[in-house]
Structures are given as C-alpha cells and as structure tokens.
Design a protein around this ligand. Structure first.
Ligand code: IMP
Ligand code: MG
Length: 180
C-alpha cells in the first residue's frame, strides 16, 4: 500500500481543494477582463493545474513544458534542458507558470528568464508549495499555496522516483523509502 510509505500527511484532500479554490478566486479577480495562458511544468504540476484552471472563471488556454535540470544526485543546477517546449507562441499573452513546488529555485529562475525573452505581455508564477529554506536562486512567487519545511513530500502530482503522484493528499515520505 502506498500509504505505508507516508510518515505524515501535511495537507488533506479537503485542505488542498479549499486552498486551490482560494488561489483560483484570487487569479480570477487579478486577471478580470484578460485572457490567461497557463503553462504547466510537467510532470509534477498536472494535478494542481487541472484543479486550478477549473476554479478560474475567465477565458484561458493551457500549454505544457517539460524541463530537466542538469546536476548531480538530488540537487538541480543552474542549467536546465528543455525536453518539451511549448506548442503555442506566448508573445503578447498573459502567462501564468504553474509548478508543483519551488525548491532551490534553479529550474524556475532559468525557465522564467527564457520565457521573458519571448515577449509575453506578463509572466507570473504560481506554485502549490514553497520550500523557502532551500532557496539558492531568487524567484518571485506571485501565487503560493502553502509554505512547507525542508522535507521531501509526495502526492497530488509530486513524485519520488515517478511514483506517489496519484495520492490525493500531500505527505512526507518516510526517509527509509529513499534510503536515508
Ligand atoms: P528546483 O527548484 O530547481 O530545485 O527544483 C524544483 C523541482 O524539484 C520541482 O519541480 C520538483 O519536481 C522537485 N522537487 C523539489 N522538492 C520536492 C519534493 O519535496 N518532492 C517532490 N519533488 C520535489
Ligand atoms: Mg517538477
């Protein structure tokens, strides 16, 4: 059972649902009269993105990007590689980048810089989780779901070794699962 690998539940399905609805309401208010282009960073953002966009009561389009960061072991580096680029042109669009978690900031620092150079009308970042203690690169986070301590979490799209993404809640993984 997947649950046996979870040490502690941080956010229940209900808490996630409520917080995501709040962020969606905020975005709806902030972008009144505009059309939004949501860009989901694969794969971790797919569950959050699906719930978030359904709470936004404005016209919007969706696109996805997949990136991998170079680096040794479990830490990302300053360089990222685009594995799958956007299908749409973002010139003149109001872009909201949707990410599962902002950790060191390496990936998003680099990615947001790439997107800015494509001349969108605006770019904002929306991340479900924020681990500020781990930040190495500065990244401006406009919409943040929850601030969490420095622990490895899974569920609601977030994985360990590509698993646990389907858990409906977010929990801290037992360290023995990843051999700590
Ligand atoms: P960074 O901000 O460049 O260090 O990398 C952020 C990425 O690392 C996120 O998009 C996640 O895929 C992954 N990540 C960071 N912390 C966690 C975690 O606690 N659980 C699962 N994935 C994580
Ligand atoms: Mg990710």
């Amino acid at each position: 059972m997947l649950e046996n690998d979870i040490q502690e539940i941080l956010f229940t399905e209900e808490q996630l649902k409520n917080r995501v609805k709040e962020i969606a309401r905020q975005i709806t208010a902030d972008y009144a009269g505009k059309e939004i282009m949501f860009i989901g960073i694969l794969r971790g953002s797919f569950v959050f993105m699906a719930d978030l966009c359904r709470g936004v009561e404005l016209p919007c389009t969706l696109d996805f990007m997949s990136v991998s960061s170079y680096g040794s072991g479990t830490t990302s580096s300053g360089q990222i590689q685009i594995i799958k680029d956007l299908s749409e042109d973002i010139t003149g669009r109001h872009v909201i980048v949707v990410e599962d978690i902002l950790d060191s900031g390496n990936t998003l620092h680099y990615l947001l810089n790439i997107l800015e150079h494509r001349h969108p009308a605006s770019v904002r970042l929306c991340a479900l989780l924020d681990k500020p203690e781990r930040r190495v690169k500065p990244v401006e986070l406009h919409y943040s779901g929850f601030t969490i301590p420095d622990a490895f979490v899974v569920g609601y799209g977030l994985d360990y070794s590509e698993k646990y993404r389907n858990l409906p809640y977010i929990g801290i993984l037992k360290p023995q699962v990843y051999g700590a």
